[in-house]
Design a protein around this ligand. Structure first.
Ligand SMILES: Nc1nc2c(ncn2[C@@H]2O[C@H](COP(=O)(O)OP(=O)(O)OP(=O)(O)O)[C@@H](O)[C@H]2O)c(=O)[nH]1
Ligand SMILES: [Mg+2]
Length: 372
């Protein structure tokens, strides 16, 4: 994919806007593309037909032709009509931000559940576009839909086919969820097992930390949304005879498309089971505070804001050259680490042990209260 980015600033502050565009470039790369050009436009409000001004559309068409781009990526979400009009004028594939994220998810899903979840999100995003769009994308998915002919009738057929497929996927997902639910119940609240969920912005280093903590071989990549599948591993502390179940999952991003949030809700709900959340933050990222807020907002959406949380500032090796320079963690429930170098991992183990012991103690109290 040779992409031209169209960066539309709708009343964003300049620095916020720059940050969003940088992130979009990262998303293009994660989708396997290269950014070959960038076009900026400031607007008070979107144009209903093209989102941007018509003059700008012509300018982009010329640029795309000149540098032989094959895709135009917008940093905003476009309506079905806008996508259709822009595709006609620009003569290349037009993607909005949600399309781009879905493309990455389509490439990166590995397990059956993740694949179905992504397909569901994709179809739900495509559904309103059936009448407006060219429909060629649809044939890739959903059992090779025929896209011959044109007009209303074809639109109806396509809509029905997509809806059928959506229902089928939902049923399959329900089945998988049921199995997972049973598995979860079977390991339900064992006082000797502490359940920990890794959460964080995409690329924060969650999988790297899982690997460091469990010595398990997991997929790590300097790419957004490398992990889409939930992975649970076990750590055993022989000295206190306690186990920790630690789960890695999909990362968050600002303005996570609602279709993805919905489709991945079951995966995200697994965080609900956790006794403790490890919120992993890339402290070397200059936008870490904004990303931290984004993650906290998603946790709020999932009603998980009150769960015990340990804030893990990762990638400290990119900020200070030596472990000796890491100051004592001043705030409670925060720790500064380097998953890559293994700095302060022992300290994190100690924190987990403390929680594991607390869990057993609390459970003991519950049993006593119940038996009174
Ligand atoms: N310098 C440095 N790099 C790190 C550290 N931890 C992770 N990384 C790098 O950061 C990148 C992302 O790491 P992952 O562990 O895949 O991040 P993630 O949070 O699982 O990302 P997604 O699954 O994509 O959401 C990789 O290139 C890692 O090598 C660290 O402590 N220091
Ligand atoms: Mg990961």
């Amino acid at each position: 994919m040779k992409a031209v980015i169209v960066a539309v600033n709708l009343n964003d502050k300049e620095e916020d806007f720059e940050y969003k565009i940088q992130e979009l470039e990262g998303l293009v790369e994660a989708a396997g593309g290269t950014v070959v050009g960038k076009v900026y436009q400031k607007r008070e409000s979107p144009d209903p037909a093209y989102f941007i001004g018509r003059g700008k559309v012509k300018e982009i068409a010329q640029l795309v032709e000149g540098i032989r781009g094959d895709t135009v990526v917008f940093n905003v979400n476009l309506s079905p009509v806008q996508i259709s009009n822009l595709s006609k004028e620009l003569n290349v594939e037009v993607l909005d931000r949600t399309d781009l994220i879905l493309k990455i998810f389509l490439n990166n899903a590995r397990t059956k559940q993740a694949k179905l979840q992504v397909e569901l999100a994709y179809l739900q995003h495509q559904l309103p576009r059936v009448y407006g769009g060219k429909g060629k994308e649809l044939s890739r998915i959903g059992g090779g839909m025929k896209t011959k002919g044109a007009g209303e009738k074809l639109g109806e057929i396509k809509t029905r086919t997509i809806k059928d497929r959506i229902n089928k996927i939902k049923k399959q997902l329900k089945e998988i969820e049921k199995q997972r639910e049973e598995q979860r119940k079977s390991r339900e609240d064992n006082p000797n097992i502490l359940k920990v969920s890794l959460v964080g912005y995409t690329n924060a280093g969650k999988s790297s930390l899982l690997k460091r903590l469990t010595k398990r071989d997991v997929f790590i990549s300097d790419q957004l949304f490398a992990t889409l599948d939930t992975k649970t591993s076990l750590i055993y502390f022989p000295d206190i005879e306690k186990k920790v179940l630690i789960t890695d999952t999909v990362g968050f991003v600002e303005d996570m498309p609602s279709e993805i949030m919905d489709a991945f809700m079951t995966t995200l709900k697994e965080i609900e089971d956790a006794d403790v959340i490890l919120h992993v933050i890339d402290i070397s990222d200059k936008n870490w505070m904004k990303k931290k807020t984004t993650v906290e907002n998603v946790l709020k959406q999932l009603k998980l804001q009150d769960k015990p949380t340990i804030t893990v500032f990762n990638k400290i090796d990119k900020v200070v050259p030596s472990k000796d320079l890491i100051e004592e963690d001043v705030m409670e429930n925060t720790i500064t680490i380097s998953a890559e170098k293994g700095w302060n991992i022992d300290k994190l183990f100690d924190i987990l042990k403390k929680y594991a012991k607390q869990k057993e103690e609390k459970h003991g109290v519950c049993i006593l209260q119940n038996s009174q």
